[in-house]
Each structure stands twice: as structure tokens, then as C-alpha cells.
Design a protein around this ligand. Structure first.
Ligand code: HEM
Length: 401
């Protein structure tokens, strides 16, 4: 049987090395690397790692995500690494019909109605963090605000506020940014499983009004969920709840701290913050990486797909390619930052609330913050995301004690 590279050549699909694992430019300007990929072709082949197709425009990404029969999440290996590293984070690591049943069970835990009552607590935490920043008189947004608000809130919701918060954040980071060996990946997941499993067990004995307790009541097709799967789903929430939202929120404050016009717009018209969040997610798409595996032979953009072919969704480049200019009031706003298909982000409602409240509180407390003109950003990147390493900001003297 011909290799993926040979089939690409025969079908006229370009070959371009897109190498998340080794391309150091991701640490300097990740968006330039995504934009370069998007400019190659809507679909190309990358010989990096074990070799994979790259879907690099919005329509191709959408086609793949909306065809889960053809494009499977199994086996759930990290698409672009040299080593074959399998993950176990249900329901991402499931296909229909199993996925359909589990997702249906999870939806009520994260629905708009379920998460709306969390708003006051999120606002309270945001203000507490701003109090600390005010007192300190200086701030690194990633260290003191964007990197803390989601983690603090989410760990509390998962019944873990009393635990070793620093270690739990490190674990979420390792699960997100490391390019691990199988041994390391298994060890990271096992440690997180142990932490969230203990919280679920504690809530069985002593229920509370929180997400950990909601997990204890979860039923799939009317039946209790096998413990390993239940804990695996809580583990995914642990990782996504801390790291993804922090990272995405950091990008927003980075943009607004540099572009005065946009900062002023949101101060004058806070009611447009939700629109601005969508646009900033589109342009600074955090959760770039995601992969799929062909479940059957078929065709994509003229490429003859064979069962087992790996495909990588370059969502970040694809979303930016539709227009690289930031227009905070853009409507409609098509983006794939929360996914587009059956695995679309279950945490999107709570993440949007966190980012909206975070922005509201931040601009109320520090309306004139700015990123220093000589700041040179550095980026952490890895298996699932790209993140600002730090974001020092100048606060308005009037707001600093
Ligand atoms: C701004 C923050 C977030 C972003 C950008 C984001 C992004 C994504 C994306 C792109 C997917 C789809 C993956 C795919 O199709 O392969 C996804 C799935 C998922 N996300 Fe999020 N996420 C965020 C926050 C959260 C939070 C706070 C939670 C907390 C519960 C969460 C839980 C999930 C779950 C459970 C799935 C899997 C859904 C399924 O497989 O059916 N996410 N997320």
C-alpha cells in the first residue's frame, strides 16, 4: 500500500513540514507559524513526527469535525509526536455511539442554566485577585490574574480548594504543554485521576453543591458510570478547567493591553464584551492542536484517504486565515476555537462566563493598564496549546495603592 507521502504527491497535495514538537519558532511567534501553515493549502501533508495530513482552512476543518464516522478520535494518540502517545480523557477519547451517550449525560452539568449561578463566586474571586494586585502595586497578568482566576474557581468547583493548588496547576500544565513519552503521559493522568477520584469519593460521603458532587450522580443510559470513566471525565474537566481558560484569557488581556482603541471600546461599551471574546478567541485561538484518525478509506479535498491515516486540525491558522484583522464587533463570527462537531467544548458556557467576568472586573479595577512598549513576549507551547509565559503590565498610578 502506498504511503501517505506518496498519495499526497500523486494527488497534488503539497508537502510542508509542520512540526509542533521541534519548531522553536512557536516559542517566539506562534501565530506566524500557524499563518504560514494556513497559507500552504487547505490540506497538506507534513512529514514531521510519524507523518500526518494537516487541515488548514476553516472549511476543511469543519468538514473533518462534522464527519465523525469517517474521522475518528480512536486511537487517541497525539497526532504529531514522533512517539506514539495514547491519551485517556473521555469523552474526547470516545467515538459514537459511546460518545453520544456519555455526552448526553454530561451536558446538564455544564449547561447555561447549571453554570449561571456560579457567576457571583467567579466575580468575588476576580475582585480578591485584583485586591492582591493593588496591594502589591505591580502585576504580571499570567502569574497574578489570568493564570489564577480559572484555576482557583475551577478547583473549588471540583471540591479541590483545600488541596495543593500549585501542584494541581503544574499537573494541568504538564498535561497541556509537555510532549511526553507514553510513560510520562500515563503518570500525569494517573496523578490527576488520583486527585479528582479522591474528591469524588469524598463527595459521595458528604455531598456539596459543586461539580464533584454532580459527577457522583452521573448516569449514562440510566446506569451508574464505571469508576475509571467517571474519574477520566473529571480529569479532563480538571485540565481544561484550569489551563485552557487561563491561556485564552491571557491572550485577551495581551491584545487589549497593547491596542488602546480596543481597550477604550470595551470600557465605553462593556455590553459588547461577549462579542469581543468571540473575536479574540478567533484571532488568538488557544487550543490549536487536535487530531483525528481515518476510520475508513475515503477522500478529502482530492486526497485518497486510507483507514488509519492521521490528520491534524490546524484550527488556529484556519480561523485566522478568514481575516487576520481584529474587529471586536464582528458578526457573524465563525470560529472553531471551541470545536465545531460532536466534541464541541462542553465547558464553553462556563469558560465564556469566566472570561467575561474577568474582563469586566479587570477593566473596572485597572482601566488604564497597558503592556510596556518594550515588552518582548515569550511563548510556552506544547502538545495542546500555546501560552504567554508572562505578561507584565503597567497599572494606572491612580488605581495602585
Ligand atoms: C476558553 C477555554 C476553552 C477552550 C478554548 C476550549 C476548547 C475546546 C475544544 C476546541 C474542544 C473540542 C476538541 C475536539 O473537537 O477535538 C473542547 C472539548 C471539550 N472541552 Fe473545552 N475548552 C475550553 C474550556 C473548557 C472548560 C472550562 C471545560 C470544563 C469542563 C472544558 C471541557 C471540555 C470537554 C469536556 C470537552 C470534550 C467534549 C466532547 O468530547 O464531547 N473546556 N474544548
Amino acid at each position: 500500500m502506498s504511503s501517505m507521502a506518496e498519495r499526497a504527491e500523486r494527488a497534488g497535495i503539497p508537502v510542508h513540514t509542520f512540526d509542533l514538537e521541534n519548531d522553536q519558532r512557536f516559542g517566539v511567534d506562534p501565530f506566524a507559524v500557524w499563518d504560514e501553515a494556513a497559507s500552504v493549502a487547505p490540506l497538506f501533508y507534513s512529514p514531521a513526527g510519524r507523518g500526518f495530513l494537516v487541515a488548514a482552512d476553516y472549511d476543511t476543518v469543519k468538514t473533518v469535525l462534522q464527519n465523525p464516522r469517517m474521522w475518528s478520535n480512536l486511537p487517541s494518540t497525539i497526532t504529531y509526536t514522533k512517539e506514539d502517545v495514547e491519551m485517556d480523557v473521555p469523552p474526547i477519547t470516545m467515538d459514537p455511539p459511546q460518545h453520544t451517550a456519555y455526552r448526553k449525560a454530561l451536558i446538564p452539568l455544564f449547561s447555561p442554566r447549571a453554570v449561571a449561578p456560579l457567576e457571583p463566586r467567579i466575580r468575588e474571586i476576580a475582585h480578591q485577585l485584583c485586591d492582591e494586585i493593588e496591594e502589591a502595586g505591580e502585576c504580571d497578568v499570567m502569574r497574578d490574574f489570568a493564570g489564577r482566576l480559572p484555576a482557583q474557581f475551577f478547583l473549588e468547583w471540583l471540591g479541590l480548594a483545600e488541596g495543593d493548588v500549585r501542584r494541581m496547576y503544574q499537573l494541568a500544565q504538564a498535561a497541556t504543554f509537555d510532549f511526553p513519552t507514553q510513560e510520562q503521559r500515563t503518570a500525569i493522568e494517573a496523578e490527576i485521576n488520583g486527585i479528582v477520584g479522591a474528591s469524588i469519593t469524598a463527595r459521595r460521603a458528604e455531598p456539596a453543591d459543586d461539580l464533584a458532587t454532580a459527577f457522583t450522580h452521573l448516569r449514562v443510559d440510566g446506569e451508574p458510570v464505571e469508576e475509571g470513566l467517571l474519574v477520566g471525565m473529571a480529569t479532563l474537566a480538571f485540565i481544561a478547567g484550569q489551563e485552557t481558560t487561563s491561556t485564552q484569557f491571557g491572550w485577551m488581556l495581551w491584545h487589549l493591553g497593547r491596542v488602546e482603541e480596543d481597550r477604550r471600546l470595551l470600557q465605553e461599551r462593556p455590553e459588547v464584551i461577549p462579542d469581543a471574546i468571540e473575536e479574540l478567541m478567533r484571532v488568538y485561538n488557544t487550543g490549536g492542536p487536535a487530531g483525528r484518525v481515518a476510520a475508513a478509506d475515503g477522500e478529502l479535498n482530492g486526497y485518497p484517504v486510507r483507514a488509519g491515516d492521521r490528520l491534524f486540525l490546524a484550527r488556529c491558522g484556519a480561523d485566522r486565515q478568514t481575516d487576520r484583522q481584529v474587529q471586536l464587533l464582528r458578526t457573524p463570527n465563525r470560529h472553531s476555537a471551541f470545536g465545531l462537531g460532536i466534541h464541541r467544548c462542553l465547558g464553553s458556557h462556563v469558560a465564556r462566563i469566566e472570561m467575561r467576568i474577568g474582563l469586566e472586573v479587570w477593566q473596572e479595577r485597572f482601566p488604564d493598564y497597558r503592556v510596556p512598549a518594550d515588552f518582548v513576549p515569550q511563548f510556552r507551547w506544547g502538545s495542546f496549546m500555546q501560552q504567554l509565559v508572562s505578561l507584565p503590565v503597567e497599572l494606572s498610578p491612580a488605581t495602585v495603592a
